[in-house]
Design a protein around this ligand. Sequence first.
Ligand code: TXA
Ligand code: MG
Length: 355
Amino acid sequence: QTEIIPINARQPEEHVLAHAVTLLRAGELVVFPTETVYGLGAAALQPAAVEKIFAAKERPYSDPLIVHIASEADIEHLVRDISEQARQVMRHFWPGPLTLVLPAHPRVPRLVTSGLDTVAIRMPSHPVALGLIRALGAPVAAPSANRFMHVSPTTAQHVEADLKGRVPLILDGGASTVGVESTILDMSSELPTILRPGGVSLEALRVLLPQVQPPRARSLANPDLAHEVEAQKSPGQMLIHYAPRVPAFLFEGASMSMRHAMLLELQRLQRQGKTVGVLIADEDVAYFQSSGASMYVLGSEEDSTKVASRLFAGLRTLEDAGVDVILCRAFPETGLGLAIRDRLLKATGGKLIPC
Ligand code: TXA
Ligand code: MG
C-alpha cells in the first residue's frame, strides 16, 4: 500500500505535489527527497500526524525532530526570539544543509521537540522539499526516512527497503546530492555549537561565526563521556544508539598504514571463511583489486564532497551484498570530512582501529 511516484527534481509537477499535500493535510506521512537525505514528513503542527513518524520509524519519543520551512517568515511562528547573529546565519546558509536549534515557541508540539525548550529548524534547498512545504502552506516535521538505527536513505529505493508498507507515499526525485544529513548548529545559547557535523562544513561556518564550537569528538576511547554529554545537548546523537546491521570497523591512520592494516585483517577474516566488503578511496583500488573483497569506491580521499555523497549508498550496497564484515578506511577531516568520520563511527558502532 506504499505508492512510489516519480517527481521531477528540478521542476516538481504541481499535480504530484498536490497529491502529497492532500495526504499531509489529512495527517498522513509523505516521504520526500531533500538535498541531504530523504525525509519522512508530517504536518509539524498536527501532533497526531507527527506521532505516526515515530511509529513508522520505530523511533523513541526522546529523539526530537527537525522542522522544515520554505521561507524565513515561517520561522516567526516556531521560535520565541531570534538573535541578529542567527538571522545572519540563516540568510547566508538557507536554503541548504544547515539546521539551527533555537528557543521554541510554545505552539510547537512537544512531540516534535521531545519536551525540550528548543526547536531544530531547517530550510532545505531541494525544489521538491521547498515545493511541498510551500504547497502545504505549513511547516513539515521530518527525520531521515530510514528505520531507527539504520543508515539514512539517499534514494527512494533505500526508503522502500526500510519503510515499504509503513508509509502511503514516497516521492522519488532521484539521488540526494549532498548525501549526509544537515549540520546541526545550536544557536539557543551564547556560544554557537555544532551538535552534529553535516552538509555545511566547519570551515564554512567559521567564515561567518569565528567563535563556532566544533562538535565534540566521538570515539570509543570515551564512549561514556560522549554518551552523557551528547544525551543532554542533542538527544538521538548517542553513539550507543547505532548498531550496524553488518559488523563494521573503521581503520584510521596514514593512507599506507590503513591499507596495510585493512589487508591484513581482510586476509585473517578470509582464512576464517568470512566474506568481506571494503569501503575505500580511489587511491586504494590497486591494493584491493585482487584481494577477493567486495569493493565500494567512494571517490578520491581529497574529495570529501564526493565521498559524502556516496557514503550511505556504499554502506547499503555492501550490506545488501551479504558480506559478513565491512572494513572502512578513514578520510581527512577537512570539508565534509568531519561528517564522514561521524557517520562512519556511527555505522561501525565506534569500532575504531588506529593504524
Ligand atoms: O538533513 C537532515 O537534517 C535530514 C533531512 C530529512 O532534513 N533530517 C534528519 O533528521 O537528519 P533526523 O531526525 O534523522 O535527525 C535530527 C536530529 C535528532 O536526532 C536530534 O539529534 C537533533 O536533530 N535535534 C532535533 N531537535 C533538536 C533540539 N531541539 N535540540 C538538539 N538537537 C535536536
Ligand atoms: Mg536520522
